[in-house]
Design a protein around this ligand. Structure first.
Ligand SMILES: Nc1ncnc2c1ncn2[C@@H]1O[C@H](COP(=O)(O)OP(=O)(O)O)[C@@H](O)[C@H]1O
Ligand SMILES: [Mg+2]
Length: 279
């Protein structure tokens, strides 16, 4: 058995698969460049460490259940002039994750709410945080089922554990009383512990109709918005632009913003008295 054969065997035994796979290349490179011993060792250890990090990130990404992977680099800010790019750059620092504060993207369909949420989640995962993506509808359906089966607390952990929880498409469908209560419980449990990134096509003033109860809507908004950034996107749908470019649509006014979203600061108040403001 040659030294190389034995090395392969040992590396495999130790689970150092990246070095195992690149052993010949690493040795050849070293023979050519004649690095210092320490530098060579650094290359070897670095190869394994990089591969581990990539595997770890891949697993984290899979666990996050993102509908697609999109990044900030793929986002065309020129197309969406209503968007404050500095606000997005600030979010990209992930300070909101460290502070367990929330991010709410409001706007009509197709303006990039999910894209930006996914990009933030991807950045958070790259930085070593856990993330989980779910639509509001699936979240409520899952937790309602858990209640019926008497295992709400256990199931709730899935949505409490990740540092970043993305709840997509809040407001497309109204929630019944049980759904509203469940969502309130989730928001309360994550409050000041982990970030929620939420997207909605409804302005805060319309949240009373999502939850079919203005009192619970106020209580939810109160906690959700206490530490939060609201990103209002008022613009044209990117999907429509692409279809129009393909000649499938003619009129630019084909799709209008459903209703302008209001500022976070006015939001809780616009639904009646905020709990916190009474303190
Ligand atoms: N400004 C943009 N630049 C690049 N792609 C965009 C932009 N806005 C939206 N998109 C793309 O258009 C599609 C719809 O965007 P999405 O984020 O799903 O919209 P919504 O606001 O309905 O969640 C996605 O494929 C997304 O990547
Ligand atoms: Mg979306």
């Amino acid at each position: 058995m040659t030294a190389i054969d034995e090395l392969h065997e040992r590396l495999e035994g130790l689970g150092l698969t990246a070095v195992d796979a690149r052993l010949e290349a690493l040795l050849e490179g070293a023979a050519k460049a004649e690095p210092a011993y320490a530098d060579f060792l650094l290359d070897v250890v670095g190869a394994e460490a990089d591969a581990r990090r990539q595997r770890y990130l891949k697993t984290r990404l899979q666990l996050a259940h993102l509908p697609y992977v999109k990044t900030f680099e793929q986002f065309d800010f020129d197309f969406q002039p209503s968007l404050d790019e500095r606000q997005i750059q600030e979010l990209r620092t992930l300070r909101f994750v460290h502070e367990a504060s929330n991010v709410i993207f409001l706007g009509p369909p197709g303006v990039g709410k999910t894209h930006l949420s996914v990009a933030l989640a991807e950045a958070a995962i790259q930085a070593g945080f856990g993330a989980y993506f779910i639509t509001a509808h699936d979240l409520i359906a899952d937790l309602s089922k858990a209640i019926r089966e008497g295992r709400l607390q256990r199931r709730m952990r899935i949505y409490l554990a990740p540092k970043v929880l993305i709840v997509d498409e809040m407001g497309y469908l109204p929630l019944d009383e049980l759904g509203a209560t469940i969502f309130f419980q989730l928001v309360s449990a994550r409050y000041e512990r982990g970030s929620i990134i939420l997207t909605s096509n409804k302005s805060y003033a319309d949240w009373g109709s999502i939850f079919s109860d203005p009192i619970i809507a106020t209580a939810i908004l109160d906690r959700l918005l206490h530490h939060s950034t609201t990103v209002n996107i008022r613009g044209e749908s990117f999907r429509l632009k692409e279809r129009r470019r393909a000649g499938l649509l003619s009129r630019p006014e084909e799709q209008r913003e459903e209703r302008p979203a209001v500022d976070a600061a006015d939001a809780a108040g616009s639904l009646g008295k905020s709990k916190r403001s009474r303190r």
